[in-house]
Design a binder for this molecule. Structure first.
Ligand SMILES: Cc1cc2nc3c(=O)[nH]c(=O)nc-3n(C[C@H](O)[C@H](O)[C@H](O)COP(=O)(O)OP(=O)(O)OC[C@H]3O[C@@H](n4cnc5c(N)ncnc54)[C@H](O)[C@@H]3O)c2cc1C
Ligand code: FES
Length: 288
């Protein structure tokens, strides 16, 4: 991938979405977050960076027929098995409000509604240099299958996870286990409890200094973090892809609630044109 040439901001979704339900296999605490494993009938699989709309509703038993809108969640792990009519998928989440509180109450055997996979995925076949993946907060959920797909292309792949402290590094054990697939994990904590002390931009800056324009940066997390990663990548002449997490109501282009301002003017719907974008397409100052 050239440093300054155009990069494909996303690739067409390879999987047609389903509207159905997931049966809760497990819903366990992981640090300050939770990991929800669902058995989903007809799950077609997801490409890295795609998401689902998940929650209570007519398909749900948690609680019975709550009218709350579903919430967008990245597909953390797609567990397969491939080719089977019923497959398992995992979500990684933090309890922040009503929707995620209800999800946290789901127990084995409960059902939640699920629509997806939705959105455009990360391009995984556009470069040969190091793939530098930076995640902050729950944004790290988008990076697990992405790292595996990039490493499977033979690319040097480094996952850098940033958090306030050790307990906020949710999913860390799963990422550490990716060492068997040749994927390096670097943690950065603001309180210095694990790994590098400071923001995730510290190790990202070091890796970019070494790899320069050959690298590709993939960043997901809070807006200021993604913007800082995009600035570092731009300074190094490296392409940068980000995945925006604007609040969503429908997830497929109907409500217009997820619009993000574009650098060239106008808006893009994050749920349809994204959530993955070339960082240069975004008018960062207009994002929440
Ligand atoms: C494409 C996409 C993928 C996502 N993937 C994940 C994931 O894998 N894991 C995960 O935990 N979360 C993820 N999120 C964020 C998640 O959707 C929100 O945290 C969730 O909707 C909150 O719902 P709630 O009902 O619990 O909270 P609400 O009651 O709706 O909100 C509680 C608080 O969180 C804030 N908030 C709500 N939505 C967002 C948001 N999108 N970004 C930042 N703050 C928000 C609100 O302003 C409010 O202060 C993703 C969002 C998008 C758009
Ligand atoms: S969430 Fe409704 S249009 Fe994007």
């Amino acid at each position: 991938m050239s440093a300054n040439g155009p990069i494909v901001s996303s690739v067409p979704a390879a999987h047609a979405p389903i509207r159905g339900h997931g049966e809760v296999v497990s819903n366990v605490v992981d640090g300050n977050g939770r990991k929800l494993r669902l058995r989903v009938e007809g799950w077609p699989g997801a490409s890295p960076g795609q998401f689902v709309m998940v929650g209570a509703g007519p398909e749900s038993s948690v609680p019975r027929r709550d009218p709350l809108l579903p919430r967008p969640m990245a597909v953390f792990r797609d567990l397969g098995p491939d080719g089977e009519a019923t497959r398992e998928v995992e979500l990684l989440y933090r309890v922040v409000g009503r929707g995620t509180t209800l999800l946290a109450e789901a127990e084995e055997g409960d059902t939640v509604s699920i629509v997806g996979p939705l959105g455009e995925s990360f391009p995984v076949d556009g470069g040969t240099g190091p793939a530098l993946l930076a995640g902050g907060g729950t944004g790290i959920a988008s990076l697990y299958e992405l790292a595996r797909a990039l490493a499977a292309q033979g690319r040097e792949t480094v996952v850098m996870l940033g958090a306030r402290g050790e307990q906020d590094l949710i999913g860390r054990g799963d990422f550490a286990a990716l060492a068997t697939e040749g994927i390096e994990l670097v943690c950065a904590t603001e309180d210095g409890s694990v790994g590098v002390a400071g923001f995730v931009t510290v190790p990202l800056g070091e890796r970019l200094a070494a790899a320069g324009a050959e690298a590709t940066v993939f960043a997901v997390g809070p807006t200021p973090m993604m913007r800082a990663c995009a600035d570092l990548a731009a300074a190094a002449g490296a392409p940068c892809l980000v995945s925006l997490e604007n609040p969503m109501a429908c997830g497929f282009g109907v409500c217009l609630g997820c619009a993000a301002p574009r650098a060239e003017g106008g808006f893009s719907l994050v749920c349809k044109a994204g959530p993955v974008f070339d960082a240069r397409e975004i008018a960062w100052e207009g994002l929440p």
